[in-house]
Design a protein around this ligand. Sequence first.
Ligand code: C2E
Ligand code: MG
Ligand code: MG
Length: 651
Amino acid sequence: MSKQNFLGSLSPTMDLRYSMLFLIVGVIIISLSVWNWHYDIRPRLVSEAESNARVLAASHAKSIEAQFQNVTGKADISIIHNSINEMLLINDPNTGETLYRGIELEVDYDVFPDDYELTNLSVGNTACTECIVTENPVFIHRTGELAAILRVYANPVFYQRLVDDIVDALAVMLIGVVAVLVIAWLTSNRLLNSLRSRERSLMFEVAERKAVEARLQQIAAYDPLTNLPNRYLLQTDFTRKLEESSRHKKMLATLFFDIDHFKEVNDVHGHEAGDRLLEEVASRISDVTRNYDLLARFGGDEFVMIMSNVDNRSDVIYVAEKIISSFKPSFVINDTPLQVTTSIGISIFPEDGSDPSELLKNADLAMYRAKAEGRNGYQFFNAEMNLELQFSQWVESNLREALDNGELELHFQPQVNLDTGKVVSCEALIRWPQQDGDKVSPADFIRIAERSGLINDISTWVFNEACRTLNRWTDEGFDTVRVDINLSGKDFIEKGVLYRFLQTLRKYQLQPHQIGIEITENVLLESTEQVIKSLSVLHNSGVHISIDDFGTGFSSLNYLKKLPLSGIKIDQSFIHEAPSNKDDLIIIQAITLVGHGFGLDVVAEGVETEWHQSLCKGVGCNTMQGIFVSKPLPADEFADRYLKRIDSKAE
Ligand code: C2E
Ligand code: MG
Ligand code: MG
């Protein structure tokens, strides 16, 4: 039994009982020893006292014997008599008690001549019963004959005093022993108590330290909001699971997913609601997680699920679909039902990577593809995505430099009124010329810039460049047309963007109606109250606002009613397909009808042929844009070809 357990097993009342018992046993042992001494030692003390008395009596007998040597006549006997009497007067010098009670001298008359007149002598109390009696022979030296017997009746005070002294000493000793025992008992009790309280505080300290350690471990390894493992614990467990799957020659799937439009939830409903939603999502996904799968919160609204020992992809698809379905019932947050979806990216070990960071990166990449494919779905990683990643990295590291070094350009593509054939406006399209003559599609690098956050700086540059060009055209004596620029949804999220645009217009002495803004349907889908408010401010000030690539997103006619719009641009895919695909033609007709119904300018994009032109004209589109008229052109070329000179200004 360990010390801790032993001490821990003794209760305070038990201790008291044990030490009381110990004390009583001690006292009993001492009492028995004293009792034993009384009956065993006492006789020995008595005999000791007797021998003392005997020695004393013998010494007196010797002095009487000496006197006998000198006895020559009758008269001398009185001397002996006196000396015996004197003996009776001998007292203890300490107590003053008489040492002898009686003395007897029994003379042998035969030894002495008749004229000696000797008699037996008896003085004091010779009848005392408790006295110690010693018989001492008195010899005559000359003849060696026994002359008399001297009996000394010694006072028993000798041995009584001895006994008393020893008893006193013993009592003192006993008291001392008891005192020592009591002190020992008290001290041991105190010691035990302090030990126990130290032990208790130690145990408390240990328990407290353990609790703190457990808490620290929890904080270090688990996400406090959802109680799911965090990315650090994920890292360790991921490695272990990879080793396990590799050992068993099985597949391992990494599912990377987040909540679509989560930012919007935070913006509209507040961060508190965002947190509640994350908790709810974590709990729902936990329900569809198999026991041996690992679910972790990666950060923000991102979650990672690791499925180890997987046999085939259909197992993974089954789980991915279950996750997606778990989002179907709306989440009720603060009594408000919220409908959110998730996009899942999946990478598979060993095909898509051999270590956690590679598998996570590839699953993340696949998630972006799932989002690009319209969200609320899943995508497996493939090699093509890797090329995309390399391209993204290249764009991210070079686009900023290109922007800062003034390498970006704006080209302008005319938009022509289908009835009059006049250029009514143009669209500003960004170009990033490469030294080797390669072309980098704006659709690609703009998407990456949106992700990396560079889009705001690009849009600011585009807006400024469009205004500067308009201003230059005017200065060069051209009658300018409206320039439409493409903006991203992210531009509206940034605070102060409106103010900056209006400042730029003022800087180049332009009127708001000289500028148009194109936004995609997807921007509108992500639109919050703030986006709508910003658009309204611009629209009310006279800026032309149109929806780009209409018909490709999750078209909802509702926002045609809700938003401050001036026009819609039918996506070029419908125009291209319309000649051969009746459905596309019907879509174009329908869009045009609805657009007109809302009083909007309907633009046909991607008009490449005369056939396209007449088709668009036939369905009633107002404006056309496409290479049939012109490809996007550099500013000077566009001005030369499509802008009218106002001679007076040119001069
Ligand atoms: P968009 O806004 O729909 O622009 C129209 C795209 O169609 C342009 O591609 C244009 O060159 C192309 N196009 C015009 N006529 C024809 C035609 O007859 N046939 C075909 N096949 N294509 C035609 P571009 O310049 O490559 O731009 C692609 C997309 O990149 C744009 O689509 C727009 O979404 C984005 N983008 C371009 N410039 C900017 C910009 O400055 N800012 C932002 N945010 N996005 C931009
Ligand atoms: Mg556009
Ligand atoms: Mg377009």
